[in-house]
Design a protein around this ligand. Structure first.
Ligand code: ADP
Ligand code: MG
Ligand code: MG
Length: 252
């Protein structure tokens, strides 16, 4: 049960089916990429995993190590070990990065226990050094006036400090410049481990030059229509998505 498992998920919005019997299993230790043309439901999947309320889940399951996370609150989902990074991270004026991460850590402790400040900062600085993040960053307000690259650095730092078992990153259409791309990919590669799984959602192959996935899935019209290795992403880069659409309509 060392997996993130999505089983026969059917999701709609305003009566329109978006995810259609969508299934996916990611074992710990692996990085899976989810690719596909715009509007196929990739971000919908990420948002449903995050517990977003706009979507109607008609049937199916999302299981973290066998435990259902559907219907749980965002903080419970995080507590269960899932980290979701998004294209437009929230800004929290007046709250420093260090305090934000500390609060997230505190939320996971049993009732009455507190984060040890000395140990927390020791660990924070060690992670910042590993990720080559300047220490002056710690006192800045979360995402306030951040550049694209700084937001990504901050997101990677949060991810590293929360030590999630499962990481889902939706980078689709975010137009990362090369610096931001390097920050994200270095961070992910640094965090790759036997105890952790990643789902990297991306429209473009470019990110996958830096984060080489173990498995690539191609999504079309609400479901996965093709699965392969890193070569599949390269094939998509050269051939585009049209042949996937043709194959998918031949299957239907
Ligand atoms: P992708 O990330 O693959 O580009 P999305 O999950 O963003 O796809 O969108 C899938 C479909 O769901 C699209 O047709 C989109 O218009 C629709 N959709 C997504 N979110 C909403 C929403 N909040 N309201 C209405 N339609 C939505
Ligand atoms: Mg889109
Ligand atoms: Mg998207």
């Amino acid at each position: 049960m060392n997996t993130l498992e999505v089983k026969n998920l059917n999701v709609s919005i305003e009566g329109q089916a978006i995810l259609k019997d969508f299934s996916l299993t990611i074992p710990k230790g692996e990085v899976h990429a989810l690719m596909g043309p715009n509007g196929t439901g990739k971000s919908t999947l990420a948002k449903v995993m995050a517990g977003h309320e706009d979507y109607e889940v008609e049937s199916g399951e999302i299981l973290l190590e066998g435990e259902s996370i559907l219907g749980k609150e965002a903080d419970e989902i995080s507590h269960a070990g899932l980290f979701l990074a998004f294209q437009y991270p929230l800004e929290i004026p007046g709250v420093s990065i260090a305090n934000f991460i500390r609060a997230a850590r505190a939320a996971r402790l049993p009732e009455g226990e507190e984060v040890n400040a000395v140990e927390f900062y020791k660990e924070l600085y060690a992670k910042m050094d590993e990720l080559k993040i300047d220490r002056k960053f710690t006192s800045r307000a979360l995402n306030e006036g951040f550049s694209g690259g700084e937001k990504k650095r901050c997101e990677i730092l949060q991810m590293a400090m929360l030590e999630p078992k499962f990481c889902v990153m939706d980078e689709t259409d975010s137009g990362l410049d090369i610096d931001a791309l390097k920050i994200v990919s270095d961070g992910v590669n640094h965090m790759r481990s036997e105890d952790r799984a990643f789902l990297v959602i991306t429209h473009y192959q470019r990110l996958l030059d830096y984060i080489v996935p173990d498995v690539v899935h191609v999504m079309y019209d609400g479901r996965i229509v093709k699965t392969g290795d890193a070569e599949l992403a390269k094939e998509l880069e050269s051939k585009g998505y049209d042949w996937i659409k043709d194959e998918a309509s031949a299957m239907a």
